[in-house]
Design a protein around this ligand. Structure first.
Ligand code: ZN
Length: 471
């Protein structure tokens, strides 16, 4: 029997070493799926960040082609700071747009990069965790608030689960008991909705993304990981992530039972993995120390970094915080008060790359930082890319968004408690009703996902997709 439809089980941040090795025996549904299909690491995009990763996966285009380099992006070369990339930032067609054109129905739930819903698809859509407040959309016709398609789908959600949770409102909190309860509640509610739509609506593609995996990693990694510098053996949340994965596996099993397995291909994917975070590099404090960045006046203490603090007439480079670091160059004729002559731009970047990559940890040990030029990692670099992308310490270190810190190393997170960072490799499992690839195969990238789905649905793969079908 040919494949009639594809179910994509998206687990934001699911870590291959946990699913395939450490907890394989405790995850019967995922492990059984693996035994009848192909599986392995799925390399994420650069940077391995939720926004843009899911849109890269769904369009088979890189962040440069999408012009989306993280949650927040420069909208021009002014000093206005960074804007959050919402759905309308994605100009390339994603797979549900392609299927809509072909007249095939999709059910899309929680895929990051879909709020607000501006372009109706054929089928059903519930948008992503960037929905500011889903409850706002009830009784509102305002297009910028809509998080479901069709609009009345939100009433179905209310009937099914009460308040549908797009995300946990404040996952960087010390109130771990509350956080754990919230994550489980969000996941239970979402799966109830997914099962309901899977069995009541027609679909050729059903693609959902569960954010709980990412949130539980960021919230409970140090409790779980003995290698984390703040791990306390025997702490009350040592098994929080493990138990969540077991519950998630059970939910996946219940969902799969709602799909007719004889005609459905299953694809489990994560947009990146997870790893312990060792600390943060105060990127702008380092740029100040090295003389690249000059502030208007000395700071009294640690402050949130803002472009307003910068003396542009003396600044050559500045940075930004996040799970990865970005560096921007103040270029003459490009930035409003640029001082770096274009002829010296690349030499300055090379000098910065050399110095940043040589930066050791607080004990003087090398940490393996890698710095990339956008033109060397992307097919093209649309809109305003960072001048350098900085992956501190193989992602065991993050870039800190404050300035005026006593040291360039910090072990407090400026955005609230967070003990995990993203890892470059996510995971995939592909299981077809019969036949198809088998066994462990590391090496596919998230760009391969959209062509794989199209191929399984017997649809042409657009020539400009950069991935390759796995089937
Ligand atoms: Zn993610």
């Amino acid at each position: 029997m040919p494949i009639d439809r594809v179910a994509v089980i998206g687990l934001d941040c699911a870590e291959p070493s946990l699913v395939f090795d450490r907890w394989a025996n405790d995850l019967p549904n995922l492990t059984a799926l693996r035994k009848r299909g192909a599986w392995g690491k799925l390399t994420s995009c650069m940077p391995p960040i939720t926004v843009p990763a899911w849109s890269c996966m769904a369009s088979s285009k890189d962040p440069g082609q999408l012009g989306i380099y993280g949650f927040r992006n420069r909208k021009d070369h002014s000093y206005d700071g960074l804007d959050i990339a919402m759905s309308f930032a994605v100009k390339e067609p994603r797979i549900w747009d392609i299927l809509t054109k072909a007249g095939l129905p999709s059910i899309i739930i929680g895929v990051p990069g879909t709020f607000p819903i501006m372009k109706p698809i054929q089928g059903q859509m519930i948008s992503c965790f960037l929905t500011p407040n889903p409850m706002d959309a009830y009784g509102s016709d305002e297009p910028l608030k809509q998080f479901t398609h069709p609009k009345q789908l939100k009433d179905t959600l209310k009937e099914l689960v009460g308040e549908y949770m797009v995300d946990v409102k404040d996952f960087r909190t010390e109130d771990k008991a509350w956080l754990l309860e919230q994550i489980h509640q969000m996941t239970e509610r979402r799966f109830k909705v997914i099962r309901h739509l899977a069995k009541t609506q027609p679909w050729k593609l059903l693609w959902f993304v569960e954010m709980g995996v990412d949130r539980i990693h960021h919230g409970f990694w140090k409790e779980m990981d003995p290698d984390h510098h703040r791990h306390v053996p025997g702490n009350p949340f040592e098994y929080a992530i493990h138990n969540y994965y077991k519950r998630l596996d059970a939910q996946i099993g219940e969902f799969m039972a709602e799909c007719d397995p004889a005609r459905t291909a299953f694809l489990v994917v994560s947009d990146h993995g997870a790893k312990r975070m060792d600390g943060g590099i105060c990127f702008n404090d380092w740029l100040i120390k090295e003389g690249y960045l000059v502030l208007k006046e000395p700071l009294a203490g640690t402050t949130k970094f803002s472009n307003k603090l910068i003396d542009w007439s003396k600044t050559r480079a500045w940075g930004d915080g996040g799970y990865y670091g970005r560096c921007f160059i103040n270029v003459q004729g490009r930035e409003p008060q640029g001082i770096v002559p274009p002829a010296e731009y690349d030499a300055l970047r090379n000098e910065l790359i050399q110095k940043i990559e040589a930066l050791p940890d607080h004990n003087g040990k090398p940490i393996g930082t890698r710095v990339y030029k956008p033109e060397s990692v992307y097919k093209r670099a649309d809109r305003v890319p960072p001048d350098l992308l900085v992956i501190f310490g193989d992602l065991h270190w993050r870039s800190v968004g404050t300035v005026g810190n006593p040291s360039i190393y910090t072990f407090e997170n400026d955005t609230g408690p967070d003990d995990a960072n993203h890892a470059q490799d996510g995971m995939y499992i592909l299981a077809m009703p019969e036949g198809g690839p088998r066994g462990q195969k590391d090496g596919p990238t998230l760009y391969d996902v959209a062509p794989t789905i199209l191929k399984m649905l017997n649809q042409p793969v657009p020539g400009d997709m950069i991935g390759t079908a796995l089937v």
